[in-house]
Design a protein. Structure first.
Length: 418
């Protein structure tokens, strides 16, 4: 069976619910039953055109989104049967569009008002694409010599092949988007520079500074931030070493699997809540487990052990309890359950924050966590400045970041026309 026939078969599993709970579960609000119905009939180009109304990242989101927690998690069939493989169908449609160059090659008018997009991650790319479709000249300012942001340096190649990502990005740039590489906000240019040159600005610079746990020993040699390791690839030699990764989200899964593939003797993932409550998708946890990674759920790191360099971690077992004003069960340390686990490296993957030195220099209003405050449309406290993605505290998945960029593009267009 070829891939087209296989995807059409998958599409036939959809019962086309009138209420479309899968669409509600999709952060981008893709018309899931609509594009699946078209795929069912083999109308893949029409399915792509329908998807293009809400997303420019079908090939990406179809592969890496936590579908079990989003669209597929809302599928009514999962009550009694296996849910529809929405992600797999979407990825195929996106791939088909790339192979056949269905992406929009429009003779777009150049409107007079110009927009700068700072950051070429999922929010910035999406914002730029939707604005360019409307005819606005868009320039992306990117600090690296490549686009993609966390899509490129935050997601390992075994989950999202770099050659595929490049094709997706190239298809976006073919709309006529200009890119200025190795341009860093606060270093090679300022927000004020952009305000003088452009009519509107979108900030999508991300938040890739790893949070710390603020525990003893965290500054020892051998403690690394997971986000930085994935971005810079500044890994130490893990050959025959034992590594402990703290966290239960996608960064923890990606960095642990990367380290395992780099020759580590043993990789442990420590998460203070249960497996059921881990932010990572169940499939990612299962894939990591199949690769030999050991999970220590309901354990918490209270100290990194060592004199100058890491020699282990002190763990304490936890129990989950209900607390007032908390929608989640709260982990509480179990008294006298502490124990030492020997290791050579500790990787912190417990969330991230924006680069404080950059964000604080902008002058826009920020919250107590250093993230830019935006309204429902993505507008910041500055008149012509909008923001989205991680730097604005948007929920940390690619689809949510892309949605914030897309919705900001609508608000920017309204602002430019006011």
């Amino acid at each position: 069976m070829n891939r087209e026939d296989y995807v059409s078969m998958l599409a036939k599993q959809c019962v086309h619910c009138v209420t479309k709970p899968c669409q509600v579960g999709c952060p981008l609000n893709n018309d899931t039953t609509g594009f699946i119905a078209l795929a069912r009939e083999g109308k893949f180009r029409e399915a792509y055109e329908l998807l293009s109304k809400t997303t420019v990242l079908s090939s990406v989101c179809g592969r890496i989104c936590p579908h079990e927690k989003q669209c597929q998690g809302m599928c009514v069939k999962r009550v009694s049967y296996e849910e529809v493989s929405i992600g797999e169908i979407e990825a195929f449609i996106g791939d088909k569009a790339l192979e056949n160059h269905w992406q929009e090659k429009l003779n777009l008018p150049n409107k007079k008002k110009r927009v700068a997009v700072v950051g070429g991650g999922p929010s910035g790319l999406t914002c730029a694409a939707f604005l360019r479709r409307k005819g606005y000249p868009v320039t992306i300012y990117e600090s690296h010599d490549y686009l993609g942001g966390l899509l490129y340096h935050g997601i390992p190649d075994f989950r999202l092949p770099k050659d595929l990502l490049k094709k997706v990005i190239d298809s976006i740039l073919e709309l006529g988007i200009e890119v200025k590489y190795q341009e860093t906000l606060g270093k090679t240019f300022t927000l004020q520079d952009l305000e003088r040159e452009y009519d509107a600005i979108f900030l999508g610079i991300g938040a890739n500074i790893s949070n710390k746990m603020n525990i003893p020993g965290e500054d020892l040699v051998g403690v690394y931030g997971g986000n930085e390791l994935l971005e810079t690839q500044g890994h130490p030699d893990y050959t025959d070493k034992v590594v402990v990764v703290s966290g239960g989200g996608n960064v923890a899964m990606d960095v642990s699997r990367t380290i395992q593939r780099m020759g580590a003797k043993k990789v442990y993932v420590v998460y203070r809540r249960s497996e059921k409550e881990a932010p990572a998708e169940a499939k990612e946890i299962e894939d990591a487990r199949k690769e030999g990674i050991e999970f220590l759920f309901q354990n918490n790191i209270v100290r990194v052990v060592g004199t100058d360099v890491v020699s282990g971690v002190e763990l304490v077992r936890t129990k989950l309890v209900s607390k007032e004003n908390s929608s989640r069960l709260v982990p509480v340390n179990i008294e006298d359950s502490n124990y030492i686990l020997s290791c050579d490296y500790v990787i912190m993957a417990v969330g991230s924050k924006p680069d404080e030195s950059i964000v604080s220099s902008l002058g826009v209003a920020c919250d107590s966590n250093g993230k830019i405050i935006i309204d429902e449309s993505g507008h910041t406290s500055f008149e012509k400045v909008f923001a989205g993605g991680d730097v604005a505290g948007v929920k940390g998945t690619v689809a949510f970041a892309a949605r914030s960029g897309r919705n900001a593009s609508y608000a920017i267009e309204e602002y430019l026309n006011s």
